[in-house]
Design a binder for this molecule. Sequence first.
Ligand SMILES: [Zn+2]
Length: 143
Amino acid sequence: MNTLEYKKPLPPITEQSRPFWQATRERRLQLPRCDHCGTFHTYFEPWCSQCGGEGVHWETLSGRGRIWANCRFHKHYFPGFDGPYNVAMVELEEGPRIMTNIVGTAHGTLDEIPIGMAVQAVFEDVNDTVTLVKFQPVEAPQP
Ligand SMILES: [Zn+2]
């Protein structure tokens, strides 16, 4: 991809989120995990909303999951997102759920990405510092 053409909003990389973005550059999905109760977090803060404890460490996840919820956006909410496009919540094998796009389908329609479908993380370099995590079906779509 020509990075000069990338028009979508980019995530801020902060001191707290940097390990996540460094891992995506290496094609790994990594999330913070509570030192006390073991809950994985999908936010980048050093405390736990589950047990109230302070302290997290980073762990690499399998990148495997299933579609937990899906929808298709037709309205343009953000620059560069030319619709329609899908938005999905993927429940990872290890438990946490993350918001994402499902790629690797013919049209990205909801019938191609049903709830419960097995998906796998894929990584998309959008510029010299940001690599986004998206998901694609584990099984190739039928022709
Ligand atoms: Zn905790």
